[in-house]
Design a protein around this ligand. Structure first.
Ligand SMILES: *Cc1c(COP(=O)(O)O)cnc(C)c1O
Length: 236
């Protein structure tokens, strides 16, 4: 299977899942996750019409951006993994989207660095929907208050919520994670102000994206389903 084959297969699965949920597949964005894959693989996916790519490590993402940006300005980057505050400056330089906002300290630092760069950034708030202590993200209980505080940061264009569900073979437990985020989005939508028009729900990975679409995902982040098994030896 080539990357092009994988992308066709994944698009067909997204369409099927959308149809089964009574949704329009055009409302679901495929975000290929290129972590551990070389820039050549990114270009192969680009030929299939993908122009934004997810990466969870800033250093790796910057490397690919520096390699590809001169010849391919149409390719843009979404940082989808937990970010330490001391890396905010790098993200402010090159990323178009950041999906793992989980602290006010980080929001403040990103906003400050973006202003220095004269840039803005699309941002999703990461929700810890599984309650696992090792996972990053804001707990659903604290999330409403957290989201309201983001109004203060003019360079952050907050678009919605992101989650990584429980890694489990039990679809009920995985679905419950997605549903917690959907419920939270409804709570935010019912309120006045900026948060009421957040429309992005980034949830679903290679192992659970059809279930995420059934729950209302608007972005699915697919690594292995697009690029094949990961090769960690390249990036160690
Ligand atoms: C790696 C990663 C993905 C993609 O995982 P696959 O299982 O390969 O689809 C999605 N989201 C995040 C946050 C990731 O780190």
């Amino acid at each position: 299977m080539t990357i092009a084959d994988n992308i066709s297969a994944v698009r067909a699965r997204i369409e099927d899942a959308a149809r089964a949920a009574g949704r329009d597949a055009r409302d679901i964005r495929l975000l290929p996750v290129s972590k551990t894959r070389p820039a050549a693989d990114v270009l192969e996916a680009e030929k299939c019409g993908c122009t934004r790519f997810g990466e969870n490590r800033v250093q790796e993402a910057i490397g690919k951006w520096e390699e590809l940006n001169p010849g391919h300005p149409e390719i843009s980057w979404a940082v989808i993994g937990h970010l330490q505050t001391n890396k905010a400056r790098q993200v402010a330089r090159f990323a178009s989207e950041f999906q793992a906002l989980d602290s006010i300290k980080l929001a403040r630092e990103l906003d400050r660095r973006l202003q220095q760069e004269g840039r803005a950034l699309d941002v999703l708030v990461e929700i810890n929907s599984s309650g696992e202590p090792q996972k990053s993200g804001i707990g659903p209980e604290e999330a409403v208050a957290f989201c309201h505080r983001l109004d203060a940061f003019a360079s952050l264009r907050v678009r919605g919520l992101m989650t990584v569900a429980l890694n489990s073979p039990d679809p009920e437990q995985v679905g419950a994670c997605f549903q917690r985020v959907v419920d939270l989005r409804e709570r935010l939508r019912s309120e006045a102000g900026q948060v009421s028009d957040w429309d992005e729900l980034s949830m679903g990975m290679s192992g659970d994206f059809e279930l995420a679409i059934a729950h209302g995902a608007t972005t699915v982040r697919l690594g292995q389903a697009v690029f094949g098994p990961r090769d960690y030896s390249r990036t160690a």
